[in-house]
Design a protein around this ligand. Sequence first.
Ligand code: TMP
Length: 238
Amino acid sequence: MTKRLEQLYEGKAKRIFRTSSPGVYLVDYKDDATAFNGAKKGTIQNKGVLNNLISTVFFRLLEGKGIPTHFVEQVSDREMLVKSLEIIKVEVVVRNIAAGSLAKRLGLPEGKALPLPVLEFYYKDDDLGDPMINDYHIRALDLASPEQMRKITDIALKVNKILLEHLSDKNIDLVDFKLEFGVHEGEVLLGDEISPDTCRFWDKKTHEKLDKDRFRRDLGNVEEAYEEVYRRLTGKNF
Ligand code: TMP
């Protein structure tokens, strides 16, 4: 039985604990919500539970399709065990439909389908507000090796295919999402979470937003949106 030991780190949405199993950390998902690099703060009731459960569904799906992830097991409503990672400070965004910062930066209407998945990299640095970077910046700052970036790109595009197909069956369009990676025993693994905090999910027919944009843009029914994603993924009411 793996026991939770001291806290190693507290982020905006999660706390990480060392455990009695070497190489295994425990993630505790919080209800705290922030946006715009922490400038907007709030609470989304039961978000921690829902994001833990939803991330568990996605990590199991991806592991089953051969994607190497940090997921070990869900241990309680709000907690999962993961393999310890040395975090690679590159956030990877994959986009299928123009929305958010891409729509703004390139002057595209939100909702315009992109002819191919668009990959973006951001430097994971809160003080700098996570600026967008490219392969050259990644090399220059020595954030990841070219070999690691090839692996990360390959995994990100495969994850996109798997999630697009799975969500399509649940009448959800996967607009875009953010992934994080780390190294465990020399291997690049998919880390962090996959949830309505880190993805844009739109209802296929109505285009209703079922993700954190409801909080970011004060659209209301935030909890209901997270619960709806859970319901569609599991077939169970929360
Ligand atoms: P963006 O359009 O604001 O750049 O967001 C792209 C995707 O990345 C969207 O699905 C939300 C996700 N995301 C995060 O998970 N964390 C962040 O800090 C930001 C800015 C976006």
